[in-house]
Design a binder for this molecule. Structure first.
Ligand code: HEM
Length: 152
């Protein structure tokens, strides 16, 4: 059961960040101001209300699963998770809220694009860390190349 929760929450969290990231880039490159306002608003609601609990659930279920595991793969996953969480709470959430406010007020100035760059950078870092955790998780469960016995 915990493994199923871990799998589902991990996929939802990664999909959210990938979706926020790609939709932001697409809409800001080719979209009208109204479309940017809509995307920025959807990222906050319902976006963050899906992303934040799914990151917490992924980390929580991962730590429960890791009680019966040791080895370098699980240790690496444990070390990465605080960065994913802190990056999400300290950078991604405030950036998303501020960008939504500024976009709905129509202020697409230098400040907006600086915060937007920061948000994209933090999103890319989180995607990379989560991707590495996913790869190590799949290795641990023997779904990616190496045997689960060797990688435990
Ligand atoms: C965003 C972060 C994370 C992602 C994307 C992620 C992803 C995954 C994936 C895809 C699997 C394979 C599940 C399967 O067999 O289908 C997995 C397994 C696992 N994960 Fe994570 N994980 C994350 C965080 C963590 C954390 C923080 C821990 C705790 C240290 C953890 C511990 C485990 C363990 C122990 C397994 C192996 C379960 C088993 O086969 O018995 N994960 N993870």
């Amino acid at each position: 059961m915990i493994l199923i929760i871990h799998r589902i929450s991990a996929v939802i969290a990664m999909a959210c960040i990938a979706l926020f990231f790609s939709s932001t880039i697409i809409v800001e490159l080719i979209g009208a101001a109204e479309s940017i306002v809509i995307v920025k608003s959807l990222i906050v609601w319902p976006g963050l209300f899906i992303l934040v609990p799914s990151i917490a659930l992924t980390g929580g279920s991962g730590f429960v699963l890791s009680k019966s595991r040791n080895g370098k793969l699980v240790e690496r996953k444990k070390k990465r998770m605080p960065f994913v969480g802190v990056n999400g709470i300290v950078v991604l959430v405030p950036c998303a809220i501020v960008l939504d406010r500024w976009a709905s007020a129509g202020s697409f100035d230098t400040q907006f694009y600086m915060v937007q760059c920061l948000e994209l950078f933090a999103g890319a870092i989180n995607l990379m860390l989560m991707g590495m955790n996913m790869k190590d998780g799949l290795r641990m469960s023997g779904r990616l190349g190496s045997s689960p016995i060797i990688s435990r």
